[in-house]
Design a protein around this ligand. Sequence first.
Ligand SMILES: [Zn+2]
Ligand SMILES: [Zn+2]
Length: 305
Amino acid sequence: MFQKKILTMGVEREPECLRIYGIGCRHNESKYSTDQLPLLQPLWNLALENQYYTQSPLFPIVIGVGSFFLFTLPFTFIDFYGKDWAWVKKYRIHPETTVTWPMVRHAAGLTLWNQVLYILPVSIAQCTWTSDTELPFLAPSLWDFLWHQFACLAIYDFFIFVWHIIHHRSRFLYRHFHSVHHRPSVVNCWVSQYVHPWELFCVGIFGTTPPWIVGAHPMTIWGFMIFSAFLGVETHSGYDFPIMLHRWFPFFGGTVKHEMHHQRPLVNFQPYFTWFDRLFGTECPGMQAGAFKPKTLLEWERKEQ
Ligand SMILES: [Zn+2]
Ligand SMILES: [Zn+2]
């Protein structure tokens, strides 16, 4: 019954909304059989049911900012309450360091300051001048959703790599902008957003451009905003848990490589992947849980001396 209602909605909203996302134009309702619908359709139907909120240009901003704060919660919890738990200590990259309230208060303060001073006005402007998002009737296919996530992340990672290397190689740009991100003495999840407004602006542009380049479905865009917020927090967490992505994907640098960048700022410019650092000779193996230096890192240090 509900499916039928949604199907009818889809027909009413054709043709533009379906054409925009390359799904193709179909005018006959009977062509939509429920077994042809994408796997993600039940989830997408929730967005269609709540169009009043999900069509708003504010929605992607709210989920991006909201998921950042949500993802910091578990890491902040273990930073404070789990710091003496053996299993937490075991996976801390620098067990000799401790995250303190003043550190978090300071980083969270700058993050909130940036949100209020820069993100809020942009959100208001977007709400005022941008029209509501046209939501297509069909969800993306699972394949499109996944490969677009990967493509968006790879493009975003490339943009940041170029920006990052320029902002380290130029003394002026480093001193006036990117050095802010390198100020905190102990890397923790809040450092992810501990940046100069210029960096915040650039990262914002780099994060919103890739979905546009690949022509991503709104559901994929929202997924990417949540995924990239998670990765920003994870790579700055200071932990090397076995479930983390870098343990599973060899081309993913993750937290151990980025932690090394905070120790040695002239290596590991890619925030997530490793291929460009490898290609340009700026890759440095990461220190692992318990400040363990793998053979590759010891060799790298020997060569550098
Ligand atoms: Zn960082
Ligand atoms: Zn840096």
